[in-house]
Design a protein around this ligand. Sequence first.
Ligand code: HEC
Length: 98
Amino acid sequence: MRQLLFLLLAASLVTPALAAVDIEKGKRLHDKQCVGCHVERYGGDGSQIYLRTDRIIRDRAALDQRVATCNAMTNAGLLPEDEQNIAAYLAQHYYKFK
Ligand code: HEC
């Protein structure tokens, strides 16, 4: 019984953190804060920066790192959870890591 209670408690602590990833919000923030500069450099809608064959990001950890770096570099002032939202959006729409 005690074990079951512990499992329920653990699940209730973990689930909200996972459910909190908001890909739509990630897209909105990304479109507002990140796309302009990528478009300037790569043209079109800027997505080529993520899809080019010599792209620098190869896994999710590197993507998280890069989003944090771009945030700091550009003083975008994103909160850690918004970095996560943006990274989740980019991973789902462009990188599609295996
Ligand atoms: C001031 C311009 C600028 C802004 C603003 C900017 N970036 Fe970038 N970003 C770059 C440049 C330049 C590169 C390419 C770096 C390279 O090729 O080494 C890049 C590359 C990236 C990459 C890696 C692409 C690859 O090769 O796989 C990611 C991911 C990325 N940016 C995310 C973001 C996010 C998220 C934001 C918004 C918080 C953002 N960037 C805002 C200039 C910018």
